[in-house]
Design a protein around this ligand. Sequence first.
Ligand code: GLU
Ligand code: ZN
Length: 299
Amino acid sequence: MTAVDASETSTRKYIGRFAPSPTGPLHFGSLVAALASWLDARSKDGSWLLRIEDLDPPREDPSAPDTIKRQLETLGLIWDGVPLYQSTRQDAYDEALNELRKKDMVFVCTCSRKSIRGVYPGNCREKRLEESATGACAIRLRVPQKIATFNDRISGSHIFDLNNTVGDFIVRRRDGRTAYQLAVAVDDEYQNVTDIIRGDDLLDSTPRQLCIIEALGYQSVRYGHFPVILGADHKKLSKQAHAAPVSIKKPEKTIRDALLCLGQTSPPDTDNVQILLNWAIENWQPDMIPARSTVWTPA
Ligand code: GLU
Ligand code: ZN
């Protein structure tokens, strides 16, 4: 695995995406991710796609996709085309997994979740267990013994010792569901995504997704990870921590707050969200995104 070089994708038309998991309405932290990827796409005359990552129904709220769409629309973040729902993509994930099986890049793992702490120690790697005979089992990718590097447009260059920091990771869970890492890589390729802008809580996922991209011969993507927004308790804003749904009552106020968190200073004094967004596209400066997490408390 070599460095992901920004120039590799430069001849492709920019396609960005926002890929929320519908576990609830957007909170302010997820809105900042949506806005950053939208601005980056629009400032490069690119497309911006919406993908609903509904792969884990027990964790989801059935009304969330519509709520998220309404929030985005009201805030002026309009996506191109029709949203892609991961729940409709099982055949594609199965096909990708088959491809990995053919290449002998995956193996069956019967270890219980509890028995694995941290990096997978490789217990089942050479056992060549059969899927059918073992009952509930996960499928893991055989992660190569390599150093992976990639240049992030926002957070700089990263180096991962794949074996010691990532290890063979799960691509199909014990419950039969496709793991997030596989689904994301398959869909980014399917949707021709060139650029991923997202919070750095997902930085850990990037080397895993790079492994899948390489294993399946997919096109490379550029990454930009910005520091996630923290709440008053200095913890990441998250649905698990009951972050409040983002307010759409005053769209320009919400967008203005999000722009400030992204270091985009001196937006015009207007109560028209469209004027504000147009200014933000014209003046988008990813270099101004603060290097450290912003603590945000609703006014
Ligand atoms: N669905 C993931 C989440 O909401 C994000 C996926 C991604 O941006 O790669 O955390
Ligand atoms: Zn195992």
